[in-house]
Design a protein around this ligand. Structure first.
Ligand code: NOJ
Ligand code: CA
Length: 718
């Protein structure tokens, strides 16, 4: 009898502990991707990620240190698990594809602290076919209202010493060139120290890197870690524990060292982990977009992708100046500022760019240096520098508005703040009304210099909210936004489709005023910075050497054809035609590609990709049968084999191939190219040789009868 009693209580005990264990964990999967959530013996939330049943993220901690509870990562119990599925397709206002499928399995775990007062936390996991997103939610609750995030403790424990493509975790800049190294060798000190061309550098942690962080495992899996929907929170960097291959969320602090000031209910940004055995899948992943909220702008008819040119490169290369005068403090004997004679934004010069745009299928003209303030624009941490409604005396805004409209070209406003966000916030309302008054439909903002409020950083919570206030204000005034030097994007262009692009990376301009970027740079950007959203890279430089007035030896680190391929391989709905009009004159035949290429796409196919090596992409123009292909390589020459199987079966097309000349090379012969035309169809496979630092651009249009008579059919040889 006694034994029976013992046996039954043992069974009961086992049953109970099993149910408790079962209750303390959960699994959610889709296709090859699986997430396992558990509370460990201390009640600490832990997650793991598997791809094809192999661990890619080992058990990793979740939680926080909060002002109200420094142990907000332990002593939890699970109070509920909820599962949901979604498989819907939505339409973009603009994007790499017209349709986006949002297919995921969701698991929401609800936790309650076992310590009084029993704080609550929820963690939402979404598993997609190509990765995972998870976010924390502080639900409405009686005892947690206003609080400060002292630290977010999210970990990503890697299953090996993965290869990484990284830039330093700087609180104020993403403008570094990439370093390729195993996790165990990440150390940003040398790079930060050497990067004197970056206006503001603040990277106190030698072992911190920015996201999107691109990685490759020894088995050939591609993994990318980033975040989605960064709203009212600071940007996540990753602190690297080089011995344990562990990445730890490290939020950008404010002047007091705090990371975020919150008021429950609140949902943090999503932490994202993309994974695939194909590099191309990382480029076509829609996880970041899908984890953002749908557009809050109801009427989007005024939002239009475009090409633009501008009074810009000429200042970058020292040919003209942003400022009107060389003397910030002195006036001439007539009581007026003394002109320096080199000011770029003059009425006559702007008209020259308007004419150039009108003649070449370019919809916008950016004018920088049009407004007062440039005499002492950055580096002084000065609060009131620019006036966003006051043109320089030689910029006739009334006449230029009339002239641009008569040529059906849009002028693009420029609001450089030199980091003084407080001053911009005071002037913003007037600045946007001024844009409406003069018919400007786009603005480029800029944040070069240390931030004011002093002590804040470009990537901290205060500035993250500032960029959002600007995009919201712009939306109210039906103005499209291109922000330079903001925090790197996290897919918010879905919610605010007037946020066309950001810079937030090392753009082409670095080739104008610094040693520039190595030839591999553009093969890494799509796997890193562009994962969050479009970049205003400013491609299309045609004069490859000797363009810089004060540094005649300066040169681009690509061939001319690669500059053209970038219109396809570096996605943005706004693409600059960046070089001087006169430099396109000398290569009119090649310039035809830039005249033809669109910025509004229906579909995208990644034809081949490897981070740091090469990228081949084909895109179909929206509402048209035209396709465009771009292929780029790093410093190695390469044979690009491009199947055109995406073309409509049974139809004939005329392909114009702009490719590196046989002697082309980014270093010695960057301007050597060859243009060929062939009839192609969906059986065609192009074989194109890319030079060192080179590329190729191809336009593919439905062939006319005349084309078919005039041009030979392309001979596929493999
Ligand atoms: C830096 C921006 O990236 C560049 O495009 C702009 O011309 C200058 N700031 C001046 O605003
Ligand atoms: Ca910049």
């Amino acid at each position: 009898m006694k034994w029976i009693q013992i046996f039954t209580s043992l069974c009961l005990f086992l049953l109970l502990t099993q149910t408790t264990n079962a209750q303390q964990s959960g699994t959610v999967s889709l296709g090859k991707v699986k997430v396992v959530f558990t509370l460990d013996q201390n009640g600490a939330p832990v997650y793991e990620v598997y791809y094809n049943n192999k661990p890619i993220i080992l058990p990793s901690r979740l939680g926080f240190r909060l002002s109200v509870d420094s142990l907000f990562y332990t002593s939890f119990q699970l109070t509920g698990t909820e599962k949901n599925s979604n498989d819907q397709t939505w339409q973009t206002v603009w994007g790499e594809t017209k349709d986006v499928r949002n297919h995921y399995e969701e698991m929401v775990v609800s936790l309650r602290s076992k310590q009084p007062p029993g704080y609550q936390l929820r963690i939402i996991f979404r598993v997609f076919e190509d990765g995972v997103g998870f976010r924390y939610e502080f639900p409405l609750q009686p005892n947690l209202k206003y609080f400060i995030v002292t630290d977010e403790l999210t970990q990503f424990n890697l299953a090996g010493n993965y290869k990484t493509w990284w830039i330093p975790g700087d609180f104020d800049s993403n403008e570094y060139p990439y370093t390729t190294s195993p996790v165990s060798e990440i150390d940003n000190r040398k790079m930060v120290g050497a990067s004197t061309e970056i206006a503001v550098r603040d990277a106190p942690d030698p072992f911190a890197v920015q996201t999107p962080l691109m990685m490759k495992t020894g088995e050939g899996l591609y993994i990318n870690i980033h975040e989605a929907a960064l709203v009212n929170y600071s940007a996540m960097q990753l602190h690297v524990d080089r011995k344990n291959y562990s990445l730890n969320a490290s939020l950008v602090p404010d002047a007091y060292g705090n990371k975020a000031y919150l008021h429950a209910p609140f949902k943090t940004p999503w932490r994202t982990i993309m994974v695939s055995d194909k590099a191309a899948d990382i480029l076509s992943s829609k996880i970041i977009l899908n984890l953002n909220e749908p557009s809050v702008i109801k009427n989007t008819a005024w939002i239009k992708p475009m090409k633009f040119t501008g009074v810009w490169w000429e200042m970058q290369i020292g040919k003209s100046t942003w400022s009107y005068s060389d003397f910030p403090d002195s006036l001439g004997s007539d009581g007026k500022p003394v002109p320096n004679g080199k000011h770029g934004a003059t009425t006559a010069n702007v008209k020259r760019y308007i004419d150039f745009a009108a003649a070449n299928n370019i919809q916008g003209v950016l004018v920088e240096g049009w407004n007062t303030g440039w005499e002492d624009w950055f580096g002084k941490w000065k609060e009131n520098v620019f006036d966003f409604t006051k043109p320089y005396p030689d910029f006739d805004i009334v006449e230029l508005t009339r002239y641009a409209a008569s040529k059906k070209v849009n002028l693009i406003m420029h609001n450089e703040t030199s980091g003084s966000a407080t001053d911009y916030e005071r002037q913003m309302d007037t600045a946007f009304r001024f844009m409406n008054l003069f018919g400007y439909t786009s603005v480029k903002t800029g944040y070069v210099g240390k931030i004011i409020p002093r002590g804040e950083h470009h990537d901290g919570q205060w500035m993250v909210d500032h960029y959002l206030r600007v995009v919201q204000k712009a939306a109210e005034h039906q103005v499209m936004l291109d922000s330079h030097e903001p925090v790197r994007p996290t897919g918010l262009q879905r919610t605010y489709p007037n946020w066309m692009a950001s810079e937030a990376a090392r753009g082409n301009e670095f080739n104008a005023f610094s040693i520039g970027s190595p030839p591999e740079h553009e093969t890494i950007l799509p796997f890193t910075r562009l994962i969050g959203g479009p970049m205003d890279y400013t491609p299309g430089i045609f004069k490859m050497k000797g363009y810089n007035v004060s540094s005649p030896t300066r040169q681009m680190h690509t061939t001319l054809c690669k500059q053209m391929a970038l219109y396809i391989t570096l996605y943005s709905p706004v693409q600059m035609v960046a070089d001087l009009p006169e430099n396109y004159e000398t290569h009119k035949d090649a310039f035809q590609f830039i005249r033809d290429v669109t910025t509004d796409w229906e579909d995208t196919r990644i034809l081949g990709a490897e981070p740091g090596d090469y990228i081949y992409i084909a895109r179909k123009e929206k509402g048209s049968a035209n396709w465009f292909v771009g292929a780029i390589t790093d410093e190695e020459k390469r044979t690009a084999d491009l199947s055109l199987s995406f073309l409509d079966k049974g139809k004939k097309y005329l392909a114009t191939i702009y490719r590196d000349g046989p002697d082309a090379d980014w270093n010695d012969k960057p301007e050597s190219y060859k243009i060929e035309k062939f009839i192609v169809d969906n059986d065609t496979k192009l074989r194109i040789e890319l030079a060192k630092g080179g590329g190729a651009a191809v336009s593919i249009f439905p062939a006319t009868e005349a084309n078919i008579k005039e041009y030979k059919k392309y001979k596929t040889i493999f």
